[in-house]
Design a protein around this ligand. Structure first.
Ligand code: ADP
Ligand code: ADP
Ligand code: MG
Length: 474
């Protein structure tokens, strides 16, 4: 067992703040890094220590060498990579470990294997976890792609083998569209992930995205923390996440939980991870990929289980056994997370960077806000547009919907366009309220961007802000 006294947070934004909070609760000294663009970022203000890593032109949060140097110079005994950036980079995990700095995550070998979606599929087939029918390995040529598609049947999904973040994925409905997309996905894969490798799998038509949070220690224990429903997506990117899924029976819930545990055991997984599945309309689950890191939507699981996933990650990284057996992990109620992005939903979600002129965090029972913004903060255009996450919890689905509606009206982010009005339209949409939706929901409801409820709420919010500003003599 090792001790973690000082933790380097190799990330920025809300997740860096989240990790700093975990440190503060466990007596760990938090060490932040920041690029020139992030000089005034919240994580820099909140950390115990913070160090510049220079301009983004030097690689920013992807500059392993610099990050490791900071960790060594500051005397950190561990590094938490958060999500995105270096979190799924096996070379970084290896470089940390070889310098005696504990990487809070799975082993480099497991990161490497599961980061390759083709290798991950092969591991799952071997473990008896169902995968969507598809190519045996990477596609060698367009001809091979056409032959495989013919075999599994259209529609098919072309995917970057090392992809992530919803990029490098295209639906092909027939041979002509497969021909059109083949080179496109290859070049996307090269540009975004530095690899030309692509593969193909059968496209499940309007599936549900169901993922299972797992925790695994160094002593062979694996447990799951139930599932999340991330079917509300725009262009393969999650927008709203729910735990547990309102669409599963208890039988399906325990089945998918067992599949996830089997998947983790099969690859000797350690630390927190997520196994993503597609749920077909006929009730079949198919393994899609494993994310070998903390996920954006981990708070909804924390809300229903009461388990702090980051604290568990730190314990596992120290070599401690899991604190809970599967039968000691219970859940209560429902939780939902809204990704608050600085984007304009009325203009195709165009990023809307700029100064936050006013920010009010919502409060009241069952509300959690994980954010990286404050009044006066200038959102830099260099990074992701997600600036906060609003998380709500309630005892049942109906109560959750009304609480979410209340909280989305309660929160105030002014100065930039955000996805808040869009989320309000979602929670008030009759089809969403039924609790039955699939990954086609956003595309099927273009009226969400035009919702009158949304508009009027926005106007009310703006009027309140204006009145407050007048009151404060601004
Ligand atoms: P989650 O899987 O946790 O729901 P996202 O898919 O939204 O989260 O990804 C979280 C962040 O990580 C985003 O900024 C996304 O662009 C980035 N990301 C995810 N996978 C990769 C990858 N393979 N390469 C580069 N960036 C990635
Ligand atoms: P990423 O690594 O970018 O997260 P995933 O493989 O997890 O990529 O896929 C992202 C999303 O794309 C899924 O949540 C789902 O909506 C859609 N998708 C991926 N594969 C398929 C498939 N075979 N059939 C239908 N939809 C899919
Ligand atoms: Mg995914």
């Amino acid at each position: 067992m090792i001790r973690i006294r000082k933790l380097l947070i190799a990330n920025r934004g809300e997740i860096a703040v989240r990790l700093i909070r975990a440190c503060a609760e466990t007596g760990i000294t938090s060490v932040a890094v920041f690029t020139d663009a992030d000089r005034h970022a919240l994580h820099v203000k909140k950390a115990d220590e913070s160090y510049s890593i220079g301009p983004d032109t030097l690689g920013g949060y992807l500059n392993m060498h610099r990050l490791i140097n900071v960790a060594r110079a500051a005397g950190c005994d561990a590094v938490h990579p958060g999500y995105g950036f270096l979190s799924e980079n096996p070379d970084f995990a290896e470089a940390c470990e070889s310098r005696g700095i504990r990487f809070v995550g799975p082993s480099p070998e497991v990161i490497r294997r599961m980061g390759d979606k083709v290798a991950a599929r092969a591991a799952m087939i071997e473990a008896g976890v169902p995968v969507v029918p598809g190519s045996d390995g990477n596609l060698e040529s367009l001809e091979a792609a056409l032959a495989t598609a013919e075999k599994v049947g259209y529609p098919v999904m072309l995917k970057a083998t090392n992809g992530g973040g919803g990029r490098g994925i295209r639906l092909c409905t027939d041979p002509a569209s497969l021909e059109r997309n083949y080179e496109r996905v290859r070049s996307e894969a090269t540009r975004a992930f530095g690899s030309t490798e692509i593969f193909l799998e059968k496209a499940i038509v309007n599936p549900r995205h169901i993922e299972v949070q797992i925790l695994a220690d160094a002593h062979g224990h694996v447990a799951h923390l139930y599932e999340r429903d991330c079917s509300i997506q725009r262009r393969h990117q999650k927008l709203v996440e729910i735990a547990p899924s309102p669409q599963l029976s208890e039988k399906q819930r325990s089945h998918v939980g067992e599949l996830a545990v089997r998947a983790a055991q099969a690859v000797g997984y350690q630390n927190a991870g997520t196994v993503e599945f597609l749920l077909d309309h006929d009730g079949s689950f198919y393994f899609m990929e494993m994310n070998t890191r903390l996920q954006v939507e981990h708070p909804v699981t924390e809300m229903i289980t009461g388990i702090d996933i980051v604290q568990e990650q730190l314990r596992v990284a120290r070599g401690l056994p899991l604190r809970y057996r599967q039968d000691q992990i219970s859940r209560r109620g429902f939780a939902i997370e809204f990704r608050i992005n600085a984007e304009d939903p009325e203009h195709d979600f165009l990023p809307s960077f700029g100064r936050i002129t006013r920010y009010f965090a919502p409060g009241g029972p069952g509300i959690r806000t994980d954010g990286a913004i404050y009044t006066g903060y200038q959102i830099p255009p260099h990074y992701d547009s997600m600036c906060a996450k609003l998380i709500c919890w309630a005892l049942d689905w109906e109560l959750l919907l009304s609480r979410a509606d209340r909280a989305l009206r309660d929160i105030g982010v002014f100065g930039v366009k955000t996805t808040i009005p869009y989320h309000l339209a979602i929670v008030n949409h009759p089809a969403f309220k039924t609790g039955n939706f699939d990954t086609g929901f956003i595309a099927a409801h273009p009226e969400l961007t035009q919702s009158p409820a949304t508009r009027s709420n926005r106007n009310v919010a703006v009027a309140i802000a204006a009145a407050l500003a007048a009151h404060h003599g601004l």
